[in-house]
Ligand binder design. Sequence first.
Ligand SMILES: NC(=O)c1ccc[n+]([C@@H]2O[C@H](COP(=O)([O-])OP(=O)(O)OC[C@H]3O[C@@H](n4cnc5c(N)ncnc54)[C@H](OP(=O)(O)O)[C@@H]3O)[C@@H](O)[C@H]2O)c1
Length: 324
Amino acid sequence: MNDAEFEPSLGDALLDRAIVPGYSRVGIALRRRTWPADDPAPAALRGGRAVVTGANSGIGLAIADGLAALGASTVLAVRNPRRGDEAVAELRRRHPEASITAVECDVSEPDSIRRCAATLGDAPIDVLIHNAGVLPPRRRENSAGHELSYATHVLGPLLLTELIRPLLAAAHGAKVLLMSSGGMYAQPLAVDDPEYRKGEYKGARAYARTKRMQVALTPALAAELADDRIGVHAVHPGWVDTPGIADALPRFRRLVRPLLRTPAEGADTAVWLAATARPLPTGRFWHDRRVRPLHVRSSTRYSEADVAALWRRCRASIGAPDTA
Ligand SMILES: NC(=O)c1ccc[n+]([C@@H]2O[C@H](COP(=O)([O-])OP(=O)(O)OC[C@H]3O[C@@H](n4cnc5c(N)ncnc54)[C@H](OP(=O)(O)O)[C@@H]3O)[C@@H](O)[C@H]2O)c1
């Protein structure tokens, strides 16, 4: 598999280095000009099954919409059944021919994840998108004592993936996506304090630290799942106007609102990764259909030993065997 065909052009890379043009609607508008021939075929996912977490609003809802439009039997994994039912009804109106269902899944809670995995039954799963995200205003823990953003963005996705691995393997070429954030570029790997017990807690930092962990662990998860032909891809959506942004970052939203992407634009790369027939390199970090660097400043660099230590710790926390 050749990474070179997914490298951004110099102009594309410079858009991201300048941040605002790359992450905003400007970036996707410019890059889109080169995409038409690369869009997935109209029924690219027909016959396949996709699961999207946090799919009742924002980018997750737009991803579910995009997958259903391409023919996937789409399962919305949501923590609030009422909001899940409303999202299902909205998507069924738009795609009356598609199979769209919801399953309850609080991805920050191991018991809920276990129930969700059991509910998913034994039919193969072709696409699993870990989209659910939080930016907690103050430090909170889940019922197992894990800090909430770490539980939601890192441990929950690893546990759900582990539990439904046989269903992913049965799809013979499944894809697992982790919805990270460009905010992770500002943070090193908090390998000594993933639970954010030290120092003053800042929700935005906890968020970005755990988004960094998602990206750092993506190659490790890709290596772990490679024997089952499961590809793993981290992705960031750019800046997107969603209920999450309005709630967690109202000042940021007010400042940049005219530049924010629509949820469908934020969902584009995830849907493309899920549906493209092109062979993809596994374990990479994507944005606007191109592989992106893991670092933009040297202060965030980490070693393979750091990643292995975090991987082992996470595996232990979810009760999975040590494979580092
Ligand atoms: N918007 C952006 O600019 C942006 C930028 C970078 C990355 N992202 C990432 O994109 C993803 C989607 O964000 P968004 O902007 O669309 O936010 P959003 O509108 O707040 O949507 C987040 C979704 O995650 C769900 N969720 C939160 N915690 C959950 C849990 N424990 N279990 C199950 N579902 C849970 C929410 O459910 P409820 O409705 O029940 O709360 C909601 O459906 C997140 O991972 C976010 O970090 C967004």
